[in-house]
Design a protein around this ligand. Structure first.
Ligand SMILES: *Cc1c(COP(=O)(O)O)cnc(C)c1O
Length: 225
């Protein structure tokens, strides 16, 4: 992919986001996280050069490599994948701008321990399994508010900023919408606890997610495939 093609993809994405957010509200702002797991380093540089600043990776090792190789660029890195407990220290070393996939109280407490040992904090989102799918990680929607408050109480080194979800994996739009609405409803209830970010929407469903209130979308294939 050359620069002109990349520019065109970014422009088209920004335009579609613009139309979707206006349908929600004129004042609704949406941040785009470019998920670079399908991209080469050169493509990340290219997109950065075109103005994109937030990037996401779903594997700790790739995140580490990229933060090192691209450290000359002030990129805002997001970790969005499943985190195994034995990788916590690696993640802390990579020092992402935000960790979006805190999927249980148990993981939060394990992270808290490591973060406290190293006397650092990390901004995180709590991941919700909004469609209650076996294959997906995340807290159960019925327990989400309770777990969010428990993490806030017990994990002072975790700076919880909101929630993240992956929409229902189905062609049925009504079910996808329902999973986004479930997540937004939880987000809404957590606003009084300081939740500000509702990260939902990927290449195939971001417009629907924005209509349901998402203010952060994670886009991979649409930009890089
Ligand atoms: C890969 C990935 C994305 C991006 O998915 P696309 O469909 O390629 O846009 C978003 N969120 C998470 C958690 C991912 O793993």
């Amino acid at each position: 992919m050359d620069r002109a093609q990349m520019q065109k993809r970014l422009d088209q994405l920004v335009w579609r986001v613009e139309e979707a957010r206006i349908r929600r509200s004129e004042h609704h702002i949406v941040k785009i996280v470019a998920v670079s797991k399908y991209a080469t380093e050169e493509q990340v540089r290219m997109l950065y050069d075109l103005g994109q600043r937030a990037f996401g990776e779903n594997r700790v090792q790739m995140l580490q490599e990229r933060t090192e190789h691209l450290e000359d660029l002030p990129i805002e890195w997001h970790f969005i994948g499943r985190l195994q407990k034995n990788k916590i220290n690696h993640l802390i070393r990579a020092n992402p701008f935000m960790m979006q996939s805190l999927d249980s109280l148990e993981l939060a407490e394990a992270m808290q321990k490591r973060l406290a040992e190293q006397n650092v904090t990390m901004e995180c989102l709590m991941q919700i399994n909004s469609a209650r799918e076996e294959s997906k990680t995340g807290v159960d929607p019925d327990e989400a508010v309770e777990i969010y408050t428990a993490i806030k109480e017990r994990c002072p080194n975790i700076d919880l900023r909101g929630v993240m979800t992956i929409g229902a994996h189905t062609e049925e739009k009504a079910l996808v919408r329902k999973s986004f609405e479930t997540t937004y409803d939880i987000f809404d209830r957590l606003k009084k606890d300081g939740a500000q970010i509702c990260s939902m929407g990927m290449s195939h469903d971001f417009e629907l997610a924005i209509e349901c209130g998402s203010n952060m979308i994670r886009i991979g294939s649409l930009l890089f495939k």
